[in-house]
Ligand binder design. Structure first.
Ligand code: 2HG
Ligand code: ZN
Length: 448
């Protein structure tokens, strides 16, 4: 039996895609920067079928590229030439919400938006949220330990994942979905799989903790002078507002770019260099507390506040429309870094001179010192731009990937954020669990 025949036996021939035009959407990432030729895309419908696919590939020595919603921004979900794309999109079962524990078990292919729609009518919410919610899948979110806009309140994806089911490189299924919040019985296999970017196993299902749905929400868009003012304002917000849920920063260039690609009006009568978006949420209306902060904080140059759904959505658009607006201008170099918060303003000030070429668009999640460094018009200097930015990050003791993962894009720079000893530990784990390097080759770990 050939490999393609074995795959057809595993999932049914209708779910083995080899037609070039149909394969195309699996082969290129969302940004259009990363692409590879796949032998086929395979669409299993459950864990048993995933295990059969992985076993067939293991028997043939066939590399596998694992794909969820293909919204990743570091080239981690597109194939290296000749690999099989293992799409988890059909693993889209959502279990009943366990209202006693406040947990739910979901298939890896469930989108974040669908999960939100599933749990919100029951008074629950998902602790992680971000702009790609309509397409990103919980499997991909867990594999990359996604962060997003609520990390200051609820932590990253790792804090939401209480259990996983995963298929290892030889087809073995490891299932740990009971979701006990307290469980000290040895190595934390669940946590190990989260953030491993699919290099240690294929996540097929997740047990997630849910958070209470907070009905009263207020968003403020605040004009400030610069990054230092943004950090100062967020520090006070964090200390004074227990209901604080999000604290984002962006700049005039970004707002102008967003306005070129959306129908949004100027946010304020006067131009301002920088903006902070704050969101508070609670059981009771947090507006008065937020207004009190805005009145007392000396960093505030102007501010607009919204509590209704439409008004909040409009204010968020200034921030969330950055990614699509940037891509509408061309294929960017996308870097996603973090520096210690006390160094964020210096880092932002140094960036323009640090990059050899290109147009900078910056925005990010203030409280984690997490800045999205997007560089347009880098032409063929993407590597040089990446190198310059990531070395500057390293000089501040920062992380070369705060939330998008290492993927293919930053694999060569992993040593800037991780010591040789740590990389050796990662490699030992990889060699133990996937000795033939079949799962997501080219992702995360540099070649041995
Ligand atoms: C966000 O925070 C995402 O909106 C995407 O992490 C960031 O487009 C980006 O660079
Ligand atoms: Zn982000």
């Amino acid at each position: 039996m050939t490999l393609l025949e074995a795959l057809a036996t595993a999932v049914g021939s209708g779910h083995v895609v080899t037609d070039a035009s149909m394969l195309a959407s699996y082969e290129t990432d969302w940004t259009g920067r990363f692409t590879g030729r796949a032998l086929a895309a395979v669409r299993p419908r459950d864990t048993a079928q995933v295990a059969a696919v992985v076993r067939a590939c293991a028997d043939a020595g066939q590399p596998i590229c694992i794909q969820g919603g293909n919204t990743g921004l570091v080239g981690g979900s597109v194939p290296v030439d000749g690999s099989i794309v293992l799409s988890l999109a059909r693993l889209d079962a959502i279990g009943e919400v366990d209202t006693v524990a406040g947990q739910v078990t979901v298939g890896a292919g469930v989108t974040l938006a669908r999960l939100q729609q599933h749990v919100r009518p029951l008074g629950y919410d998902v602790g992680v949220d971000f702009a790609a919610r309509e397409s990103c899948t919980v499997g991909g979110m867990a594999a990359t330990n996604a962060g997003g806009e609520r990390v200051l309140r609820y932590g990253t994806m790792r804090a939401q994942v209480l259990g996983v089911e995963a298929v290892l490189a030889d087809g073995t299924v490891v299932s740990r979905l009971h979701g006990l919040p307290k469980d000290n019985t040895g190595y934390d296999v669940v946590s190990l799989m989260v953030g491993a970017e699919g290099t240690l196993g294929v996540l097929t299902a997740l047990r997630l903790r849910l958070v209470p749905l907070l009905p009263a929400r207020t968003v403020a868009l605040v004009a400030v002078d610069d990054t230092a003012a943004a950090v100062g304002l967020v520090r006070q917000a964090r200390e004074q507002l227990p209901s604080l849920e999000a604290a984002e920063v962006f700049f005039l260039d970004g707002v102008n770019l967003v306005r070129r690609h959306t129908a949004l009006p100027a946010p304020f009568a006067d131009e301002h260099p920088a903006f902070v978006l704050l969101e508070c949420a609670g059981r009771h209306d947090p507006t008065d507390d937020l207004l009190a902060l805005l009145e007392s904080a000396t960093e505030v140059r102007d501010a607009t506040v919204a509590s209704d759904v439409r008004g909040r959505h409009t204010l968020w658009q200034y921030r969330e429309a950055h990614t699509e607006s940037i891509n509408a201008e061309g294929v960017p170099v996308k870097l996603d870094v973090a520096v210690p918060l006390r160094s964020l303003a210096d880092f932002v000030a140094q960036l323009p001179d640090a990059i050899p070429v290109g147009r900078l668009v910056l925005f990010g999640h203030v409280n984690e010192g997490n800045l999205h460094v997007n560089v347009l018009d880098a032409r063929d200097e993407a590597e040089a731009v990446t190198d310059a930015v990531l070395k500057l990050v390293a000089s501040y003791g920062g992380s070369i990937s705060a939330e998008h993962g290492v993927g293919r894009a930053k694999q060569a720079w992993l040593g800037l954020s991780r010591s040789a000893e740590e990389i050796a530990v990662m490699r030992a784990l990889k060699d133990a669990l996937d000795p033939n390097g079949l799962l997501n080759p080219g992702v995360l770990l540099p070649p041995a």
